[in-house]
Ligand binder design. Structure first.
Ligand SMILES: [Zn+2]
Ligand SMILES: [Zn+2]
Length: 272
């Protein structure tokens, strides 16, 4: 079964909690111009955007529900301040300390221009992503479609989307690559290329100290799977589910930068 079939099959039931979704049968729906939100309003309200949606979407969202949780999600989305380099939610709009350290390091600076994450990594999203990645509910990725495409068009127009590969072992363990699923969604609006391969997997980043991350200058888990002429002077955006420390995207950016990429950015679902 294709993702689109599953999507159709889940019509009017929330993809996540299986609760009811109000059927919205406007003319545009019937003509297939609209894709209804696969999440119910309550689940959607628990995914506050880190970067404010355009006013029209916020107005539509307000019309969908008046639940307190949803209103607070909209307030959060509208007033959130984030680090301009990595999307970390914080009280000021200047680069956070981690981004300053990356940029001051001779080994790590200038690999990534910036990372845009769609949502804050709250308890709901943690659970959502865990179900998506580890329990194999691959269809859950479709709930990110609308925000992913809107963000891509707004921030990465003219960039080529590149998924972060998994190693062969990890891929066969899990059955799919979450980054490739997100990239497949983006393929509706942008060129996508599998220009990287992964040769090894490393210890979980969150378990490593900042010192060990910054001094991890020898391992190269990613290799280029393209001719340098395909990379030269082009703009790329790496696609992944979570930006945690920024180490993975920087390591993935290196072979592209070394092959002459004009720039590499990152687009991720969650900023942890
Ligand atoms: Zn729901
Ligand atoms: Zn930052």
């Amino acid at each position: 079964m294709k993702l689109t079939d599953l999507y159709a099959a889940s019509d009017e039931i929330c993809l996540y909690c299986a609760g009811p979704r109000p059927a919205r049968r406007t003319l545009a729906d019937l003509l297939g111009l609209n894709r209804p939100d696969p999440l119910c309003a309550e689940c959607r309200s628990q995914l506050p955007l880190l970067h404010a949606a355009p006013k029209t979407s916020t107005a539509k969202a307000s019309a969908r529900t008046t639940s307190a949780a949803h209103l607070s999600a909209i307030a959060h989305a509208t007033h959130a301040t984030t680090c301009p380099t990595c999307s970390r939610p914080q009280p000021h709009a200047t680069p956070c300390n981690d981004c300053r350290r990356w940029s001051e390091s001779a080994h790590w600076h200038d690999l990534i221009t910036h990372n845009i994450s769609l949502y804050a990594y709250n308890d709901f999203l943690k659970d959502y992503i865990a179900r998506w990645k580890y329990r194999g509910d691959a269809v859950l990725a479709t709930a990110f479609r609308h925000d992913l495409l809107r963000t891509y068009r707004k921030h990465f127009d003219r960039s080529i989307a590149v998924p972060i590969p998994l190693s062969t072992e990890r891929h066969s363990e899990r059955g799919f690559n979450q980054s490739e699923q997100l990239t497949d969604i983006i393929a509706a609006v942008a060129p996508t290329r599998h220009y990287l391969t992964r040769t090894s997997h490393e210890q979980k980043q969150s378990k490593r100290s900042r010192h060990s991350r910054l001094h991890d200058t020898t391992s190269r888990p990613f290799e280029l799977a393209a001719h340098p002429e395909q990379i030269h002077a082009k703009h790329f955006v790496l696609i992944d589910d979570i930006y945690t420390t920024g180490l993975t995207v920087r390591k993935a950016a290196r072979p592209l930068i070394e092959a002459g990429a004009a720039s590499v950015a990152a687009l991720t679902v969650a900023r942890s």
